[in-house]
Design a protein around this ligand. Structure first.
Ligand code: 7TS
Length: 426
């Protein structure tokens, strides 16, 4: 598929009216060249997609094809290659717009990663609109990327950071959100899906509550867009952030969606080429969003890769991917619960394909190392959510995370290997 071709989003709609088809994860696996290798003499079982997803051949080839045929710098040349590159680059903005149902491509800003998108909002919107005494609300389960930028801003402006607590299941209660909101709240910044626990947060309800208090809402969707369809207009999110490499795309590319009315009031984040309307030594004027926020040569090839990744998942259908991962989650949860020494952390009723667990007597890193020797890749550690680990009273967890290419066989292999871990440490 050609990267710049608009995503075939109707796949989801087609699925809605067609007879249910079996989800062919085994078939999709073949699209991912990396998955067909052996690790330590065992077939690779990749259960670390929440850290970064593997890349389908279509993404790899789209990037290679682009570099071999079309590549040049964008927005600044009259020659054929520059025009072609610019067209393909800008076509991906439309692909992203459709993917999250934004109103306009002017609301789609390309950043280096999801982390940078959050820092952009903190730096630009935060410095302009916040003052001492204002409050930012986050939850106790945020990734460091949605904590530290607000702490930096707090140190600079004298803000207050309020934390919405979690239940013992790792869920967020709307009563707690209501209790934390006040007329001082200017921004609510919350994850769509917890990377450490898998909890799907009630973001639509949180957005409604925040708006009723006059606060804007930023959704950290780094783990959201990868697991389910996202419609930013239906959500009424003011900002929605995600990162390309977890969505089967390359590293080095993130997306900031922002409502145009909000973006147009925000000053530049970085200065440089491509973001200006005119420059003199006395005065510089800036382009409108999104280009105002894209200083310097952007990650052109990575944007092409992101476009191909979105085409890929859209053709499969995000609803179908969500359904597949939910089935796997239930299957895996049920099997893992049978291992006596294993405890799942994060048992909210609404979860995405992420399972964090601890085992009696076994450090998460030991679990990760033993599994690795059997070709199984999981993540062990604090998952860049140290405050959450403190609340849970653990230094870290072992985490298995699922993707569209994960199969029941992968889960079975994980369960068998954890049985061996239990034997060793039991
Ligand atoms: N927000 C969430 C919810 C995340 O899970 C991550 C990365 C980020 C932000 C940052 O993404 P980046 O692409 O900007 O670095 N989460 C993980 C993880 O769970 N394991 O490794 C990275």
């Amino acid at each position: 598929m050609i990267a710049s071709k608009p995503a075939a989003a109707p796949a989801d709609e087609l699925f809605a009216c067609a007879a249910p088809q079996l989800f062919a994860a085994q078939q999709y696996r073949k699209d991912f060249p990396i998955l067909s290798q052996e690790i330590h003499g065992h077939p690779l079982i990749y259960l670390d997609s929440a850290a970064s997803a593997q890349k389908p051949r279509m993404v790899i080839e789209a990037m290679q094809r682009f570099m071999e045929n079309d590549y040049a710098n964008i927005h600044r040349g009259v020659h054929e290659l520059s025009v072609r590159s610019t067209d393909k680059f800008e076509a991906v903005r439309e692909t992203v717009r459709r993917f999250i149902n934004a109103a306009s491509t002017n609301e789609i800003i390309f950043t280096r990663v999801g982390t940078e998108a959050i820092n952009l909002v903190a730096s630009s919107w935060g410095r302009k609109f916040l003052k001492s005494g204002d409050e930012i609300l986050i939850t106790a389960l945020e990734h460091h990327a949605n904590i530290v930028p607000w702490q930096l801003l707090r140190a600079e402006l004298g803000l207050k950071l309020r934390i919405i607590p979690i239940t013992k299941e790792g869920d967020i209660r709307l009563e707690d959100v209501k209790a934390a909101l006040s007329p001082r709240t200017k921004l609510v910044a919350v994850a769509h899906v917890s990377n450490a626990l898998g909890t799907i947060l009630p973001i639509k309800e949180i957005i409604t509550l925040a708006h009723a208090q006059g606060a804007l809402v930023l959704i950290d969707g780094c783990q959201g867009v990868v697991h389910m369809p996202v419609d930013v207009r239906d959500l009424d999110a003011d900002f929605y952030v995600f990162t390309g490499h977890k969505l089967y795309g390359p590293t080095g590319i993130g997306v900031l969606y922002g409502k145009f009315d909000v973006l147009k009031q925000m000053p530049p984040y970085q200065g440089g080429g491509d973001m200006i309307a005119s420059v003199t030594f006395e005065e510089t004027t800036y382009k409108d969003p999104p280009h105002r926020f894209e200083a310097g040569t952007p990650p052109i090839v990575e944007v092409i890769g992101l476009g191909a990744a979105i085409d890929y998942v859209s053709n499969i259908g995000m609803s179908r991917i969500a359904q597949h991962e939910t089935e796997l989650l239930h299957y895996a949860t049920e099997k893992l619960q049978r291992i006596n020494s294993l405890k799942i952390l994060g048992t909210a009723p609404k979860k995405a394909g992420v399972i964090s667990f601890v085992m009696e007597g076994a450090h998460p890193h030991d679990i990760g190392t033993i599994l690795d020797r059997q070709g199984i890749a999981i993540r062990a550690g604090h998952h860049c959510a140290q405050p959450l680990m403190d609340i849970l009273g653990v230094p870290g967890t072992a985490r298995a995370s699922f993707a569209l290419y994960t199969t029941k066989d992968d889960v079975n292999a994980l369960v068998d290997a954890l049985g061996k871990v239990q034997e060793i440490f039991g």
